[in-house]
Design a binder for this molecule. Structure first.
Ligand code: PEP
Ligand code: MN
Length: 332
């Protein structure tokens, strides 16, 4: 349920309404936009008398929100959420590009790639330290050591770093990580999501392999319900019946759909979506054209010898070419 407040409502009046709502056992989500203040009521609103709330002096209108996702809902928060990440941010008018290797392989490798992607215009460095691999016999990542190398690359380049978490027990290792990624395979690891709701660091939530939009938003809701509203959504392709020529199906239609449903920023990962380096550029451009707030792209200095996802990794030169064309699309 949301209550749109009248223009000119004072802080004191908002506070007293908040206390009343909380005394009814509900949580309050306050959204102060340029023109409107909206109070979201989260929890079991069946005991709230809609007419009583609507009759209050400061309330302009009351609406029930039928969708099960509340905090993530644009009705709760009409303005776009801008997630601050170091000196940059994700969402709003900024186009973010997170680029780097699938896995951190060595300190030299990640620093070399970081410098190259920065020179090409990336706004953040990505790199996996804990890798979710389908086979237990494949390279599992450098783990804590990988995070140390990312931190070194951040010191060298100033780029904020994005890396995946697989277990909440590893959180102490993520102190200096700027954006914590929840990979597709963990999108519905609810215990992990709850833990990430207890911190304030930005969370990049990738869409699960077979997740519906509603399931994905409910996972964002798990993080937000704990108090962490810094969530970035990332479309990375979904499973379908034909994986012969593309690894997944890149569902670009979710970009405008999500912009309608939620205020959270939405980025697109054409690397995992297609699985093929030559498909990354056209899909990156399509993502920029349909309104994505940014991209995640895998870049490797030596794709042929990459320990993971070499086939979909761009060389720094190819990445630079993609960035040039992306700039044309976004007009920057
Ligand atoms: C990744 O970004 O390295 C990754 C494993 O992605 P996904 O969870 O989308 O497969
Ligand atoms: Mn990868």
């Amino acid at each position: 349920m949301i209550a749109v407040l009248k223009l000119g409502t004072t802080e004191k009046q908002i506070e007293s309404l908040r206390q009343w709502i909380e005394s009814q056992g509900l949580k309050v989500h306050l959204s102060k936009g340029e023109f409107q203040t909206i109070i979201g009521l989260v929890g079991d609103t069946s005991k709230i008398d809609e007419e009583l709330l609507g009759s209050l002096d400061i309330v302009e209108s009351v609406k029930r929100i039928s969708e099960p996702f509340k905090s993530a809902n644009r009705k709760f928060h009409p303005d776009d959420t801008i997630v601050k990440v170091g000196d940059t941010s994700v969402g709003g008018n900024i186009f973010s590009v997170m680029a780097g290797p699938c896995s951190v392989e060595s300190e030299e490798q990640v620093i070399e790639i970081a410098k190259a992607v920065k020179a090409a215009g990336a706004t953040m460095l990505r790199g996996g330290a804990f890798k979710p691999r389908t086979s237990p016999y494949d390279f599992q990542g450098l783990k804590a050591e990988g995070i140390e190398y990312l931190i070194e690359a951040k010191k060298e380049t100033g780029l904020p770093i994005v890396t995946e978490i697989m277990n909440a027990a590893h959180l102490p290792l993520f102190e200096e990580v700027d954006v914590i990624q929840v990979g597709a395979r963990n999108m519905q690891n609810f215990e992990l999501l709850k833990e990430l709701g207890r911190i304030q660091k930005p969370i990049l939530l990738k869409r699960g392999l077979c997740a519906t939009v509603k399931e994905w938003l409910m996972s964002a809701e798990y993080i937000m319900a704990g108090g962490n509203e810094n969530v970035i959504l990332c479309e990375r392709g979904i499973r379908s019946f034909d994986s012969q020529y593309t690894r997944n199906v890149l569902d670009l239609s979710v970009v405008p759909v999500l912009h309608e449903l939620t205020h959270l920023p939405v980025i697109v990962d054409p690397s995992h979506a297609t699985g093929s380096a030559r498909l990354v550029k056209p899909m990156a451009l399509a993502a920029a054209a349909c309104g994505a707030d940014g991209l995640m792209i895998e870049v490797h200095n030596d794709p042929k010898n990459a320990l993971c996802d070499g086939a979909q990794s761009l060389t720094p030169e190819q990445f630079s070419d993609v960035m040039g064309s992306v700039r044309h699309i976004i007009g920057k």
